[in-house]
Design a protein around this ligand. Structure first.
Ligand SMILES: [Zn+2]
Length: 137
């Protein structure tokens, strides 16, 4: 059952962040989602995490976030932090498998913060056709 995996993963994410930051961080909820457009993924709602923490520990966090994705069998193609608008408080970490319509919207952007409420930890650019293929040179 997927919810059992979510339960285990919720506490794994929480423990990993606590160990990394050496202070209490809470994953208050871990959700799987599916949008009408075709985007899908998981969202970890978080308390106690700041944008600074991600910037400092980005490499370690990304490695763990990718592991989380693979455990839940979703491609780690787009991972971002959602901020409380106008602040540096991280409200959630999102693993989003972008649909073909939403992908260009994010792929077109440059930099880590295409919107004031989004900090991109990882975005795999699609090369040619087909998912998961590396860009051909
Ligand atoms: Zn979409």
């Amino acid at each position: 059952m997927i919810t059992e995996k979510l339960l285990q993963t919720r506490s794994d994410i929480e423990n990993n962040l606590r160990t990394l930051l050496a202070r209490p961080v809470m994953v208050t909820e871990l959700d799987a989602f599916a949008l009408p457009c075709g985007c899908n993924g998981i969202t970890a709602n978080i308390r106690g995490l700041e944008l600074d923490d991600i910037e400092i520990f980005e490499e370690q966090m990304l490695a763990h976030f990718k592991e989380v994705a693979s455990r839940l069998e979703i491609p780690p193609s787009f991972i971002f932090a959602r901020l409380v608008p106008g602040s540096s408080v991280v409200a959630a970490i999102n693993w989003r498998v972008l649909c073909d319509r939403c992908y260009p919207e994010f792929a077109r952007t440059h930099g880590k913060m295409p919107r004031p409420d989004i900090y991109i930890v990882h975005l795999e650019r699609r090369g040619g056709q087909g998912r998961g293929k590396k860009k051909q040179r």
